[in-house]
Design a protein around this ligand. Sequence first.
Ligand code: B16
Ligand code: MG
Length: 217
Amino acid sequence: PLQAVIFDLDGVIADTAVVHRAAWEQLAAEIDAPFDEGIAARMKGVDRRGSLEILLERAPRSFLEHEKRALEERKNAYYVERIGQFGPEQLLPGAREAVEAVRRAGLRVGLASASRNAPLLLERMGIAPLFDVIVDAARIARSKPDPEIFLAAAAALGVPPEACLGVEDAAAGISSIHAAGMVAIGIGQREDLGEADIVLPGLIAFRMADYVDNKNG
Ligand code: B16
Ligand code: MG
């Protein structure tokens, strides 16, 4: 039986996927690297270095390690500047309600975010106390689609992976959830989330009763 639900942050709980994208687009323009829908889609859910490597594949020159670190810092500065004013208004519709529904059902709640800014964002949006466990990229070695982050969240919750449900908006994240042995709910459009077991347009459509077998009503 289901014991825990592990949520992704950007694009699932918080309206930040567009903010990451805008920050990368700004950096791309500054280094004359092309930026298109394909690049944006591949970057989704991928950690900072992984996203930078995708951007640099078609950059007009190569960059040394210290230059890459500087580029990452620049992108993060653009991102942090944009989220500086964030508050509960940036919660995606139905996000708080979905997390509360999981808690009410007596299940544990985890966060598995590739973003090092995840703890700060949860605080700003006022929902940090609703999570039993928060695993962000600073605590893991391998980026999504590797299962490490979802496995780390399950381990920290003390729940076996097969008793967890993962919720993601990015193809890399769905792969990560499946590789961890969990059922995957995709948020967004079916064509972007082909492998997801269930696709919902947003957390507003999340119905806890559809996922637990609730024998006690
Ligand atoms: P940061 P998630 C991911 O968060 C974003 O989807 C991805 O676009 C971003 O590059 C990554 O976090 C790293 O974020 O630069 O803030 O550490 O979707 O896994 O919550
Ligand atoms: Mg995401």
